[in-house]
Each structure stands twice: as C-alpha cells, then as structure tokens.
Write a protein that binds this ligand. Structure first.
Ligand code: PLP
Length: 364
C-alpha cells in the first residue's frame, strides 16, 4: 500500500524497520530510546549525531544554530516575531496561500507590526509573485515566506532577495515545513528556516529551527524562556525535556537520506522525476487538471481536480481499494492531493498514474 498523506506523512520503510529492531532494546542497553533520560550519554549521542547528519546534509554553516523544538511550525508563527521584533520594526510577509496567511495572522494577533510585501491572491494563489514585485517596508526586520504551500501545491522556484529601499539587507525567514530536505539548499541565504517534522523529517511532535547567530538574543525578557531562541540554543534545545523519540526518528531519516539515498542532490533528482510524471499524466488527461503555473508547481504536493466533482467519491473509494491511500484534498479546497514527499517511492507514483488512467478510461 502507498501513502500519499500530506502529513503526518509516510516514513521510509527502512527507517520504520530499523526503529522496530531497536524499539525494545536500543543497541544492547536493555532500554527503549523512549525510556532514556534526555541527559543520558546514549541520548546525548543520538541528539548530537542527528544534528551532525542534518548539518552535513544541508551544509549548514557554523554560524547557525539548529534547534529541536515542540509546538509545530504553528508555534513558530508566534515565536518568530517574539524573537525578531524585540528591537522594533515590522515583519514583512509574502502571501502565497493558507499557511503564509496563518503566519501573518499570528504576528498580527500578538500586536506586532506587519506588512504584506507581495501576494499571489489576485491569481487565486496559482503563481508566485516575482522578485521585482516585492515591496519591502522601510521598517522591515525580516521577510517571511512559505517556500511550499502544502494545501495549494504552490512552490517558490527562486529564493527571494530582501532589501530595503535604503539598500539594507533584511533577514529572510522561511517556513519550509513541506519541502525541506527535498533537494539541496543554500542555508547562508536565510536568517531563519523552520519546519514541522511530520512531512520530510520524521514523525509529528518535533519542529526544526535553523537560526543565524546574529538573530539570537533580542527577545524581550517578558516572553517564556521556552520561546526564546537564545535560551534554547544555549541549552542545546534542552531547556526542558525535548521530544526525544521524534528526535531519534528524525536521526534515522537523516541517516537514510545520507546512506540509502546518497544525499540531497540524489533526492532532488528522484523528486523531480516523480512530480514530472504525475503532472505529465494530469496534463495529458481530459478528466484531471491542476491550475498552478508550470514554474511554481509543487514537487511535494500535487493537487488536482476531476472535471466532474460527482466522481470524487468513487475515485477516492476505488483508489483506497487499490492501496492508494489518503488522496483526498484538504478540507478547505476539496478535490484531490497526492503528496510525494521523500519517503514516497517512485513505484507509488507509477501505481497512482496507472490507476488514474484506468479510472479515466472506465468512468471519465
Ligand atoms: N506550514 C506549512 C507549510 C504546513 O504545511 C503546515 C502543516 O501542514 C504548517 C505550517 C503547520 O504545521 P504544524 O501542524 O506543525 O503546526
């Protein structure tokens, strides 16, 4: 069976098999990782290896801290302005869909200054705004964007450059929840990168934050210490008990990416192939369609609609019976969505394409 869930998403079979082997007895210690103190030598070794593997995969420079947190990407919507607007200024936002809007709404709700630098709303979020459409405010302290909108299936094909009109560089902050680790990345272009784990990193319950050193230390002392990047960084993400088991599983995923896949260039090639075939099948059909501009079609989340929505239920039921799981689109948009994260093998995409063609021939 193949799982196309948008999140929590499929994990690599090899990772689940290893976790199962080690479940009751981690490396002969007679304990499960779940039962270990986060301060134990065994767990500290797991935590350090996980960070080292991630640093190697993404080529994270030494002037960045990596934080392993809880609260999901959604808590970062609040922690970002709390940490980055301590000296005043506004959060600037590029709006390309539902998640980016939530990030802006949370900053607003907390009373921080905010500014929409560009939006794709006029196109129905089918095309990412161009670099030259960005209007950065003169008080901008950071520019936030969502590199891949998971629900709309809209992915940036470029990394925005954020400069104020006075020429000052503005730190770039990116929600990479649904496309981190899908291919290589130049981390040095960013001030903060964050992601909920439950798509390309591991199970739900862990949130990754990669933050440049110079952005630490400006949170006001009135916020909870668990929200302060500086304190979290100084404590190695262990101000309190971290999500130890999710952290360990993320480590297994990073090892799988390095050793079984061969790194992010190799992962990128596989992901491109998977997405290209599925979009090609959609474009060639009379029944299925996807509205996103070609350059901005997400490699991770492929939404599509059937031209007759009365067929939706039959499509989903028959797909499920054929072992193709979780193809229902997000409840806010309907239709279908196939999420093709790293752990979804190419055979799954081939099986989906064959099913879609067969369904179209029979019912289209
Ligand atoms: N940002 C993006 C792009 C997402 O896809 C999601 C969840 O699907 C979130 C944020 C929210 O993540 P969380 O549920 O971890 O708070």
């Amino acid at each position: 069976r193949y799982n196309f869930c948008a999140g929590p998403a499929a994990l690599p079979e090899a990772v689940l098999a290893r976790a199962q082997d080690e479940l009751l007895d981690y490396q002969g210690r007679g304990l499960s990782v779940m039962e270990m103190s986060h301060r134990s030598n065994e767990f500290v070794a797991i935590a350090e290896q996980t960070e080292a593997d991630l640093r190697q995969l993404l080529g994270i420079p030494s002037n960045y801290k990596v934080l392993f947190l809880q609260g999901g990407a959604s808590l970062q919507f609040a922690m970002l302005p709390m940490n980055l607007l301590g000296h005043g200024g506004s959060g600037n936002f590029i709006q390309t869909g539902i998640w980016g809007k939530k990030a802006l709404t949370e900053a607003k709700r907390l009373g921080f200054r905010h500014h929409v630098a560009a939006s794709s709303e006029a196109s129905g979020h089918t095309k990412v705004p161009a670099q030259d459409a960005l209007q950065i405010s003169t008080d901008a302290a950071y520019l936030h964007y969502t590199s891949n909108e998971t629900i709309g299936g809209l992915e940036f094909d470029y990394v925005p450059q954020a400069q104020r009109s006075d020429g000052a560089d503005v730190p770039l902050v990116c929600d990479m929840s649904s496309n981190i680790l899908s291919g290589p990345l130049d981390v040095s272009q960013f001030g903060v990168i964050y992601a909920g784990a439950q798509k390309n990193i591991g199970p739900a319950g862990l949130t990754l934050v990669v933050v440049r050193d110079d952005l630490l230390g400006s949170a006001p002392p009135t916020i909870p210490s668990l929200f302060d990047y500086q304190q979290l960084a100084e404590a190695g993400s262990m101000v309190n008990t971290p999500p130890t088991y999710a952290w360990y599983l993320a480590g297994l995923v990073f090892q799988w990416l390095k050793d079984d896949i061969g790194g992010l260039e190799a992962m990128d090639a596989i992901n491109r192939r998977k997405a290209q075939k599925l979009y090609a099948a959609i474009d060639a059909s009379e029944l299925y369609s996807n509205p996103i501009a070609l350059a901005n079609r997400s490699r991770m989340n492929v939404p599509f609609v059937l031209d007759d929505a009365r067929l939706d239920n039959a499509f989903l039921k028959e797909a499920d019976e054929a072992g193709l799981l979780n193809l229902k689109g997000h409840r806010s948009v309907g239709g279908m969505r196939a999420s093709l994260y790293n752990a979804v093998p190419e055979e799954a995409v081939d099986a989906l394409i064959a099913f879609m063609a067969d369904f179209e021939q029979r019912r289209g």
